[in-house]
Design a protein around this ligand. Structure first.
Ligand code: ADP
Ligand code: ADP
Length: 237
């Protein structure tokens, strides 16, 4: 069974101003992400990628269509249950979205506190995660004392804290230089291989897709105009 399945999903934003036009940000999208996939979603700015991610993460309701995660329909689910589903999804961002006033340790501990873990469990889990991302020696540092690549590794540790099956990466390397991008993508490959985490990678960069994804959907004006194995999609004449 697909881990994430979208069927005829449309998201329309109402007009921003009086007399303005509604925006169809996601337009009749159908796609399936299988467990263990690294699934790329590529497209220019404004293509609808971020909206798609927010729909999958249940941060916004779809206007129509069906979205299932592990067979559970999100569309129409009450907010309380959506929150539970969100806890099973990790997310990393272009601007890292770390808490600047918290240490690296506290940033990674945060989702575990929210989930109600004990102090001893949190200490052990955070140590394990920082070890995994290669930042065990930075636990007491603050984000502004870290490089961009290190910040994103903290973001990855935090996203994995509660052992989600699905990780959403929204332009996660777009703020990084090529070498650091490579390091972060290698780390994400390990997350996929070693923990079996399914990853959806949103990007406007072809290189990122070529480096990490096995499958890809190409978005344009809210629609998926092509999808399939990366090799097949990009070898088309
Ligand atoms: P991408 O991530 O590919 O750059 P987005 O999903 O951010 O694309 O945007 C797709 C379209 O939806 C754009 O036309 C954008 O202006 C519009 N849009 C995105 N978010 C909102 C919103 N909250 N309200 C109104 N329009 C939005
Ligand atoms: P187990 O030993 O329980 O079978 P695994 O071999 O799946 O666990 O994972 C080994 C380590 O990786 C464990 O310490 C576990 O906490 C951690 N781990 C497992 N799944 C994930 C995940 N999705 N994200 C982050 N860490 C994970």
């Amino acid at each position: 069974m697909a881990l994430v399945a979208l069927k005829n999903v449309t998201k329309t934003y109402p007009p921003q101003a009086k007399g303005g036009r509604a925006v169809v940000a996601v337009d009749d999208v159908t796609l399936e992400v299988e467990p263990g996939d690294v699934y790329g979603i590529i497209g220019y700015s404004g293509a609808g990628k971020s909206t798609l991610v927010r729909l999958v993460n249940a941060l916004e309701p779809a206007s129509s269509g069906s979205i299932t995660i592990d067979g559970r329909e999100l569309v129409g689910l009450p907010e309380r249950e959506l929150r539970g589903i969100r806890l099973g999804i990790g997310m990393i961002f272009q601007q890292f979205n770390l808490f600047d006033s918290k240490t690296v340790h506290a940033n990674v501990a945060y989702p575990l506190q929210v989930a109600g873990w004990s102090k001893a469990e949190i200490t052990a889990r955070v140590a394990e995660l920082l070890e995994f991302v290669g930042l065990a020696d930075k636990a007491r540092n603050y984000p502004d004392q870290l490089s961009g690549g290190q910040k994103q590794r903290v973001g990855i540790a935090r996203a994995l804290a509660t052992s989600p099956r699905l990780l959403l990466a929204d332009e996660a390397t777009s703020a990084l230089d090529p070498e650091t991008t490579h390091e972060v993508l290698e780390l994400l490959k390990r997350v996929n291989r070693e923990f079996g985490v399914t990853i959806i990678v949103i990007t406007h960069e072809m290189d990122v897709i070529q480096s990490i994804a096995t499958k890809v959907a190409v978005m344009d004006s809210g629609r998926v105009i092509e999808n399939g194995d990366v090799f097949d999609v990009f070898s088309d004449p």
